[in-house]
Write a protein that binds this ligand. Structure first.
Ligand code: ZN
Length: 154
């Protein structure tokens, strides 16, 4: 199908759908196209690009979506980034809780024992005070802080 914006000799404009451009030419020449407003058959094509079939409709939709994205505010983008970071942090914490042993408040002792070879190597997690973290760092014990529920550091 092919779509034309049509116009009669009285400047009424209306839409016309035809099988193809040849069908339009034929109907136009034989006076088969009537203006729906005044019934005149002196019809011309208005100057616009014809849109053909479904592909053209899709293109229109894409254009609309693209301009919608452009108007999204900086604040919205910042919120999205913050959300992604939060999700990543949540995933990391969930992974640790599923795969690591919770040693609770003994974390500093357990981490040091592992570091010194007094404990079997393995993933542990738990709570450490700022002072304990500082001592672990000074002893060269590897550990990672992850955000816990309620914003408490591990
Ligand atoms: Zn007319």
């Amino acid at each position: 199908m092919i779509h034309y914006q049509l116009k009669c000799c009285d400047e009424h404009s209306f839409d016309g759908w035809f099988r193809d451009s040849a069908a339009y030419e034929k109907q136009s020449a034989s006076g088969d196209i009537e203006c729906p407003y005044c019934g005149k058959t002196e019809i011309t094509k208005a100057p616009m690009a014809p849109s053909i079939g479904k592909a053209a409709d899709d293109a229109d939709t894409l254009t609309t979506e693209a301009s919608t994205t452009e108007v999204s505010t900086t604040e919205a983008r910042a919120q999205k980034v913050a959300q992604q970071i939060l999700e990543a942090a949540t995933k990391a914490r969930e992974y640790v809780e599923e795969n690591f042993e919770n040693v609770g408040d003994d974390f500093a002792d357990e981490a040091r024992a592992m570091h010194n070879g007094e404990r079997e190597e393995g993933g542990i997690y738990g709570n450490a005070t700022d002072a304990e973290e500082k001592e672990l760092e000074e002893d060269g014990v590897d550990f990672v802080r992850i955000p816990a529920n309620g914003g408490k550091n591990n």
